[in-house]
Design a protein around this ligand. Structure first.
Ligand code: KG4
Ligand code: ZN
Length: 332
C-alpha cells in the first residue's frame, strides 16, 4: 500500500493506492475559501492544509480499511506549487514515514497529472501524448514510459488554460473558479459570434492565453455594460471556443509530430465538454480519466511514486520543496 499526500495548491489530498495502481481511497478536501478573493491566497491555503491534513490522512486510511503499519511507502508532492502549501504536505509525509521508518517517494506534481492515466481500472499504456490543462499548468508531453522522464513538447508561455477560463469568467461576472460556470453560460451562446485569438501565430507546440484574455477585456469595454450583459452567453461561447481550439490544434500537432495515435487528457479543464467533443474528433484513441483523477488529487501522486526513486529512512528528512516555475533540484 502506498499512502500519498498532495498539497500543492488549495486542495488537501490524501490517498491510498496499491502498487498495482488500484485506488483504495482518494480523499480530496477542497478548501472552498478562496472564492471570495478571486484566486488562491497562499498563506490562507497553507493554514487550511495544516488544519485539514491530519483528518484527510485518517480518512484516506479509514476508507481504505488499513492502518499506518500496512503502509509500505509514503509519497508526497514536492513541487511545483505554492511553497507554504507544499511544506505542510512534505512535513506531514516525512513525519508519517519517519515514525515507521518507511521509505518516502518525492513526486513532481506534473508527473502526477501524467501518471493519473496509469491508474486502474482504466490504465493507459504508453506511448501516448498527454495534454494536461489545469488552473496552474498547461503542457503537452510525449510519454514513452511511466517514469518522470517524459518529454515536454510544449507549454504555456503565460497563463494556464484554466486560468484563462477563470479570468474570462471573472470578466463576465461569474464566480471563481469560473471554468465550469463559463461552460454552462456558453451553452446558450453562439461560439461564432465573436472572433477571439487562438495564438495561431505560435507555430510550435507552446500555448499562450494572455492575448485572449486581453481581447475579451477590450471587447467587454467596447460593448459597454448593457450590451455585454445582453451578449454574455455569446461572449462566453466564443471565448471558450478560442481556448478549446488553441488546445485542440496543438494536441493535433503534437500527435502528428510524434506519430502517436493516443491522447491522454488531464487537469481540471479536461472536464470541459466542448473540449472533450473537439478532441474526440481528432480520430485518435482518447483517454480522459474520471474527473476526480483529472483535478488535483493524491491518487495520481501515489501512481507516479511507483515509478520514481524511493528514498530510504532517514535520507529524506533534509528534503525541501520547490516552487512553481522551478525545476526539481537534482538529485531529487
Ligand atoms: O486541476 P485543477 O482542479 O487544479 C489545478 O491544478 O489548477 O484545475 C482547476 C481549473 C480551474 O481553472 C477551473 O476553472 C478549470 O480547471 N475547470 C474548467 C472546468 N472545470 C474546471 N474549465 C473549463 N470547463 C470546465 N468544465
Ligand atoms: Zn495540478
Amino acid at each position: 500500500m502506498i499512502l500519498a499526500i498532495e498539497t500543492s495548491c488549495d486542495d488537501t489530498c490524501a490517498a491510498v493506492v496499491t502498487r498495482a495502481g488500484q485506488i483504495a481511497s482518494n480523499v480530496i478536501s477542497s478548501q472552498g475559501i478562496h472564492d471570495r478573493f478571486g484566486g488562491v491566497v497562499p498563506e490562507i491555503a497553507s493554514r487550511h492544509h495544516l488544519e485539514l491534513i491530519g483528518d484527510a490522512v485518517d480518512d484516506a486510511l479509514g476508507r481504505a480499511g488499513v492502518g499506518l503499519p500496512d503502509v509500505e511507502l509514503v509519497a508526497v508532492t514536492r513541487g511545483p506549487g505554492l511553497v507554504a502549501a507544499l511544506l505542510v504536505g512534505l512535513a506531514t509525509a516525512k513525519a508519517l514515514a519517519a515514525s515507521y521508518e518507511l521509505p518516502l517517494a518525492p513526486v513532481d506534481h506534473l508527473h502526477g497529472h501524467v501518471a493519473a492515466s496509469f491508474l486502474e481500472p482504466q490504465a493507459l499504456e504508453p506511448p501516448f501524448v498527454a495534454l494536461v490543462a489545469s488552473g496552474g499548468h498547461t503542457f503537452l508531453a510525449r510519454v514513452l514510459d511511466r517514469g518522470p522522464g517524459y518529454e515536454v513538447l510544449g507549454q504555456t508561455l503565460d497563463d494556464a488554460a484554466g486560468e484563462a477560463f477563470d479570468k474570462g469568467a471573472r470578466l463576465l461576472g461569474l464566480g471563481y473558479p469560473g471554468g465550469a460556470a463559463l461552460e454552462r453560460l456558453a451553452r446558450e451562446g453562439d461560439p461564432e459570434a465573436f472572433a477571439f485569438p487562438t495564438a495561431a501565430r505560435l507555430t510550435g507546440l507552446d500555448f499562450s492565453f494572455a492575448g485572449l484574455k486581453t481581447a475579451l477585456l477590450y471587447r467587454v469595454r467596447d460593448l459597454g455594460e448593457v450590451e455585454t450583459e445582453r451578449r454574455r452567453a455569446d461572449l462566453a461561447a466564443s471565448y471558450q471556443r478560442a481556448i478549446v481550439e488553441a488546445l485542440a490544434a496543438r494536441a493535433e500537432r503534437a500527435l502528428t509530430a510524434t506519430g502517436l495515435n493516443r491522447l491522454a487528457v488531464g487537469g481540471g479543464v479536461a472536464a470541459n465538454g466542448p473540449l472533450r467533443d473537439r478532441l474526440s474528433q481528432l480520430g485518435v484513441e482518447l483517454a480522459v480519466p474520471d474527473r476526480e483523477l483529472c483535478t488535483d488529487n493524491a491518487a495520481m501522486i501515489a501512481s507516479a511514486a511507483r515509478y520514481v526513486e524511493q528514498l530510504p529512512y532517514p535520507d529524506y528528512l533534509e528534503l525541501d520543496v520547490y516552487a512553481t516555475g522551478e525545476r526539481a533540484p537534482v538529485p531529487a
